[in-house]
Design a protein around this ligand. Structure first.
Ligand SMILES: CC(=O)[C@@H](O)[C@H](O)COP(=O)(O)O
Length: 255
């Protein structure tokens, strides 16, 4: 079970809603994924204009918690404005803080992310910041009072998977709030790896929406996250440099 603030979720997969080939594919992928938390970019969503098509209308919202994100914000003030807009629409009081500091890599701006998180906490939001895999920043955000921390595996949409497992491990070890690995997941093995490292959840979008078969990939990600979590809970064997026979040697009948 994933617990964020006072809310609990059965699914540890958080799914993005952008760039699906069609509303139909998106709807089916969301269903098959069993993801309860769905994130969407407030600035790219038509939440106030009822005449325009809105992909949220395609979904059964009673089954989901919406996690608006502040994608497009370049500083803390913009992020807060976007979050307030989402709250005013009555969608949710939970927000994914996303303040991009570099257009080419889409890496988050650590200083503005920290500032935005502080401002949003003061406004009473449930705050989930998307951050780099910086261990100290993760600690500073937790000290501030954020409700979960979402370090990136690699740049958004890159599909490169986990490029710094050691930093993610350090963040997971030091955190007493949920750690959700966000962005850069390319394939089910990356999602399983994140969970095996001890993450509480994985947020992904492009790997599913950009797959040749998004519905099949949504299912694969669901299973990978479950498998990774089970593996983590089961406790893997220690890695060794040399072979250790897997059949017992003592008590063998001499040949
Ligand atoms: C949808 C969303 O929030 C993205 O900004 C997120 O970080 C996912 O990244 P990927 O598309 O790389 O999975």
């Amino acid at each position: 079970m994933l617990k964020i603030a006072d809310r609990t979720f059965q699914s540890r997969l958080l799914l993005g809603t952008g760039k699906y080939p069609s509303f139909e594919a998106q709807k089916k992928a969301v269903e098959v994924s069993e993801a309860e938390i769905l994130t969407f970019a407030v600035r790219r969503m038509n939440i106030f204009s009822h005449e325009q098509p809105n992909l949220l209308e395609q979904l059964d919202l009673s089954k989901h918690t919406l996690l608006p994100n502040t994608a497009g914000a370049k500083n803390a003030e913009e992020a807060v404005r976007i979050a307030k807009l989402a709250k005013a629409s009555g969608l949710c009081d939970m927000v994914k803080v996303e303040v991009i500091g570099d257009n080419r890599t889409l890496l988050p701006d650590p200083i503005e992310t920290l500032k935005a998180s502080e401002m949003l906490l003061e406004e009473g939001f449930i705050v989930l910041p998307y951050t780099s895999d910086d261990v100290v920043l993760a600690r500073r955000l937790e000290e501030l009072g954020v409700h979960a921390i979402m370090p990136g595996a690699s740049p958004i949409g890159s599909g490169k998977g986990i490029i710094n497992p050691l930093n993610l491990k350090f963040i997971i070890e030091q955190s007493s709030i949920p750690v959700i690995i966000d962005a850069g997941i390319g394939s089910p093995k990356d999602a399983a790896y994140a969970m095996e490292l001890g993450a509480d959840g994985v947020l992904l979008n492009s790997a599913v929406s950009g797959a040749s078969d998004p519905v099949k990939m949504a299912e694969a990600m669901k299973l990978a996250i479950k498998a990774g979590r089970l593996g983590y809970e089961a406790g893997r064997i220690e890695e060794k440099d040399y072979a250790v026979a897997s059949s017992p040697i003592s008590g063998m009948v001499p040949s």
